[in-house]
Design a protein around this ligand. Structure first.
Ligand code: GRF
Length: 206
């Protein structure tokens, strides 16, 4: 069945927000089947929140210090998202570990972007790990989020070459170009109802 209303997307971001920007830019096309209804950050001064405001999207800061533990923070986060009827969460550089409280609430409805070809190089500094390992091909993965770190079913990947003389920064910049293309594309596929999960395998109906 074709949806008439755009998919209501929330974005979690702790930092720079360039992936958020790519998503916001995509949603400017009236034919794009999703829109961002809220951007949430755990960092008050995250540039991502400024990008949200500049794009006319609600920017919400939740202060981790105001909560006694991870679960109560995440419960508040879930309440805020449910109040805005968020249908899909996009994790775009969110640096906090998400607890079961959040993961259960958004199981199958949250996607994360990670700058490596998973399952290689999960966790922090993926591009540095790729350089240190000497791989010749690196890239980006968009996957469903689960309770592990960068472990959920893979929706889409894009590869880039690692060149002689690459540094962590030069490789990260090459990967970022693919991130900005891939994340909005995956959101489109989800919004169009083309994505289904069977165990670890994600099927995409083209
Ligand atoms: C990106 O490399 C993303 O893959 C990773 O964190 C970085 C966030 O960058 N999860 P930005 O804040 O979207 O610019």
């Amino acid at each position: 069945m074709t949806r008439t209303e755009p998919l209501r997307v929330g974005v979690l971001a702790s930092g720079r927000g360039s992936n958020l920007q790519a998503i916001l830019d995509a949603t400017r096309d009236p034919a794009y089947p999703a829109r961002v209804v809220v951007v949430v950050s755990d960092r008050e001064r995250a540039p991502a929140l400024d990008r949200a405001r500049a794009g006319g999207v609600e920017a919400l800061w939740l202060d981790p210090k105001a909560f006694s533990d991870r679960e109560s923070f995440d419960a508040a986060l879930v309440r805020e998202l449910e109040a805005r009827r968020v249908e899909l969460m996009c994790h775009a550089g969110y640096m906090r570990i998400l607890s079961g409280v959040y993961c259960r609430a958004f199981a199958g409805r949250a996607v994360n972007i990670h700058p490596s070809l998973l399952p290689a190089f999960p966790g922090l500094h993926a591009q540095r790990q790729a350089i240190a390992h000497g791989v010749k091909v690196a890239g980006v993965t968009v996957h469903f989020s689960d309770e592990g770190v960068d472990t959920g079913p893979i929706i889409a990947q894009a590869a880039v070459a690692v060149l002689d003389g690459d540094t962590e920064d030069s490789l990260a910049a090459r990967i970022l170009v693919e991130e900005h293309r891939l994340f909005p594309e995956v959101i489109r596929l989800v919004a169009e109802g083309r994505v289904s999960v069977e165990g670890r395998a994600v099927r995409i109906r083209r």
